[in-house]
Design a protein around this ligand. Sequence first.
Ligand code: AMP
Ligand code: MG
Length: 356
Amino acid sequence: MPMTSAVKSSFLTLCVSMVLLLLMLSACTRPGNDIYKQQVFAFGTVVEVSIWGLDQQQARQVVAELMSGFEYLNRTLHPRQGGSLARINELLPHGADFSASPAVLPLIKQSTDLSRKSDYLFNPAIGSLVRLWQFDQMPEEGLKPPPAHAIQSLVDMNMTMENLQIKGISMRSDVKELLLDFGAIGKGFAVDKAIEQLKDMGVDNAIVNAGGDLRAIGQPGDRKWKVAVRHPRQQGMIASLDIAGDESVFTSGDYERFYEYQGQRYHHILDPRTGYPATDVMSVTVIHHDATTADAAATALFVAGPEQWHRVAKAMGIKWVMLVDKDMRVHMNPAMAQRISFTGKPPEKLILSDVL
Ligand code: AMP
Ligand code: MG
């Protein structure tokens, strides 16, 4: 079945497993507004950098510096083309020891820790499953779910980051089918790196927003940063949030990358327990200090679903969550309810959880 244009464009919006392309789109300092904004294309999506407190020329230089960082991580974390992770994925199936790139090892270690805390619902060791579903590439049309037996045989191997043996920079895998995919965390990692770079350059007030997923530092003057949370089924936003200080807001949604086959939607967030796209959820938004954790958690809580998100959020140390389930019921913890402002009509069904 041909993919819709929405599907095609949503295919473009996902992260590090994508094209290495970096193109400046625009830059502006809006009249009467001292926030400098510049958009660049990176991680397969539009990244908007907002900076407060620098003049236009300084801000432009700062964004130029960030670009080379984005470009580098794009290449490094692509699962199958040209960079360090692609090389690791070539070597893992041999089962022998090899030297892993120091550019990727910190993310492997952080991912292992986050994967454990998430009860392996965030599981970057399911690269083979992602490949089987073809969510790591972008064929133009004709996508259909893989055969059930192929899915099941990968699920039965129960591959996790625990199957990796790492000593220093030496690494190998116990299971020859294991491939890594950092699609669920790479964008967060890259946003954290960009914020670190900004801080090193003396920028105290900024947002790095990669296709709606962002980290903010400081604030624009005496205001707060206001950020939008996208509606999972309509154009525009469902809610907004005020952010001050150093915080990240990440959303995982079933609308970001999907195809339809025989009237059914198949999206890109897979439940490692079944091998199929996670059911029951349309989107999950998480606020956390660092973007890497927020990104991994948004994916994990999406998989956890309406019944288990609270337990998994607690285990991952997440304090603010909003989950929109498949029936448009909005679940959140009380602290999130205090911070979020719905755009337009508040949700018909709001389900408040216990304190996180
Ligand atoms: P996100 O949009 O951050 O939720 O990440 C989704 C991407 O992460 C997918 O396109 C896959 O590349 C990968 N992925 C899918 N399911 C999982 C999972 N359960 N754990 C880790 N990565 C996943
Ligand atoms: Mg994620």
